[in-house]
Design a protein around this ligand. Structure first.
Ligand code: TTP
Ligand code: CA
Length: 367
C-alpha cells in the first residue's frame, strides 16, 4: 500500500498576526491580544502575543497585569480579541487549503490537516516543495504565515509541526519516525496531559521510547483498553485515523453566535430551536430519516467541540432532534467550565424510509 502524506498547518501566533495584518506598524512592537474580563481595566488574560512580546516572557493564559509588567518600558500594544475578524481570515486560508488537499480536516480556527498523498504521489520529497508552494500562495493571497508538519499520519504531522515554529516546515518520512519520536517526552503525544504524564512518570516512563517498551497488557491494565492500545500504537508512530473532511459530509446543520457568551442551557436551547426549524425544513424536502443528532460548541477561548449520538432507530420528527441536542449540551456543559460563544446543531446518517412491509418483517424478526 502507498504511504500516506499528511500535513498539519498551524497558523503562527494567530490572533496577534491577524492584528499585525490590518495594522502593519504593529509588527516591530510587542503585541498582546487579550480577553478583558471587564472587572477592572486590566483584569483578564492573554489569548496570545506576537514573538516580540514572547521574547519578554509573555505567554498565552497569563494574567494581563503580569504581561503589562513584563512589557513595561516597551512600546507594547494591547488589543481585545476580535473573533469575527480572525474567523474571516481563517475561512479564507481554509478555502485555499481545500484546493491543495485531497481531503482537509479543520481542527480549530488556526489548524487543519491536509491529506496530500495524491497530489505528491506519495513522495515526501515532493511534499517539501508542495508545502512551500502552499505557504507562498497563502502569504500572497492573505498575508499570513504558518507552520507545516508533514508525516505519514496525523499523529506524526502534529508532532513535526510543533517541533519548529514559527514559519516552520518539518518533514518526517516513514523511515525517520522511530528516531524522531524516541527521545521526545511523552507529553508530546496527543492525549498525554498533566495527569497522565504524572502517572507515566511514576511508572518510570519519561520518553516516547520508554513508552514503546512497556508491555501492551500493562498499558491496558493501567489506562484501560482503548487508551492503552492508543498509547501502544502512538509510541510506535502508528495512527490510522483518516483526515476527515469536515463540513462536507452528508449532514444538515446550522451554526450561530449567541447574543452573549453563556452556560445557561435555556438560552442555548432557544438558539438551537431556531436552528432546528431551519434544518427541519431542509430535511423534510429529502423525504428520508436521520439516525444521527449532533451539536457543536465554540467556547469563549475559541476552542471548539462537537458531540453526536446515534439513535437506536431512524427518526423523522423534530422533537427527537430537540431532545438529542439538549441531552448532548447538558452532558457537554458538565465537562467544561467555559462559557459558550457559538452553538450549532446537525442531523445526519440519512436513511431512505423502509417500505412498510419490510418494517413489519423486521419487527417480527426482532421480537
Ligand atoms: P495556538 O496555536 O496555541 O497559538 P498561536 O497561534 O497564538 O501561536 P503559535 O505560533 O505558537 O501557534 O492558539 C491559536 C489561537 O488560539 C491563538 O492565536 C489565540 C487562541 N488561544 C487563546 O485564546 N488562549 C490560549 O490559552 C491559547 C493557547 C490560544
Ligand atoms: Ca497557532
Amino acid at each position: 500500500m502507498q504511504n500516506r502524506v499528511v500535513m498539519l498547518a498551524d497558523f503562527d501566533y494567530f490572533f496577534a498576526q491577524c492584528e499585525e495584518l490590518r495594522n502593519p506598524v504593529l509588527k516591530d512592537k510587542p503585541v498582546v491580544v487579550g480577553v478583558y474580563s471587564g472587572r477592572t481595566e486590566i483584569s483578564g488574560a492573554v489569548s496570545t502575543s506576537n514573538y516580540v512580546a514572547r521574547k519578554h516572557g509573555v505567554k498565552s493564559g497569563m494574567p494581563l497585569f503580569l504581561a503589562i509588567r513584563k512589557l513595561e518600558g516597551t512600546e507594547a500594544v494591547f488589543l481585545p480579541v476580535d473573533h469575527e475578524y480572525y474567523e474571516q481570515i481563517s475561512d479564507r486560508i481554509m478555502q485555499i487549503f481545500r484546493s491543495y488537499a485531497g481531503s482537509m480536516e479543520q481542527v480549530s480556527v488556526d489548524e487543519a490537516y491536509l491529506d496530500v498523498t495524491e497530489h505528491v504521489q506519495g513522495s515526501f520529497e515532493r511534499a517539501q516543495d508542495y508545502a512551500k508552494e502552499i505557504k507562498t500562495e497563502v502569504r500572497k493571497q492573505v498575508g499570513i504565515s504558518f507552520t507545516i508538519g508533514v508525516g505519514p499520519n496525523k499523529l506524526i504531522a502534529k508532532i513535526a509541526c510543533d517541533s519548529q515554529k514559527p514559519d516552520g516546515l518539518t518533514i518526517i518520512t516513514p523511515d525517520e519516525v522511530g528516531c524522531f519520536l524516541s527521545p521526545l517526552p511523552v507529553d508530546r503525544l496527543l492525549g498525554v496531559g498533566k495527569k497522565i504524564s504524572a502517572k507515566m512518570d511514576s511508572m518510570g516512563i519519561k520518553t516516547i521510547d520508554d513508552l514503546a517498551k512497556v508491555d501492551i497488557q500493562r498499558l491496558i491494565a493501567v489506562f484501560g483498553k482503548s487508551l492503552g492500545l492508543y498509547f501502544h500504537n502512538a509510541a510506535r508512530g502508528i495512527d490510522d485515523e483518516p483526515v476527515q473532511e469536515t463540513g462536507e459530509a452528508e449532514s444538515i446543520g446550522r451554526m450561530g453566535t449567541l447574543k452573549e457568551d453563556t452556560r445557561d442551557i435555556s438560552v442555548i436551547m432557544a438558539k438551537i430551536l431556531e436552528q432546528i426549524e431551519d434544518i427541519y425544513e431542509e430535511f423534510t424536502a429529502k423525504n428520508m430519516s436521520y439516525r444521527l443528532v449532533g451539536i457543536s460548541a465554540v467556547m469563549t477561548d475559541l476552542s471548539g467541540k462537537s458531540r453526536s449520538k446515534t439513535l437506536d432507530k431512524p427518526a423523522k420528527d423534530k422533537e427527537t432532534i430537540h431532545k438529542g441536542a439538549q441531552e448532548l449540551f447538558e452532558k457537554y456543559l458538565a465537562e467544561t467550565e467555559l462559557p459558550i460563544r457559538r452553538v450549532g446543531v446537525r442531523i445526519g446518517s440519512f436513511v431512505k424510509e423502509e417500505p412498510r412491509q419490510k418494517q413489519l418483517t423486521s419487527f417480527f424478526q426482532t421480537s
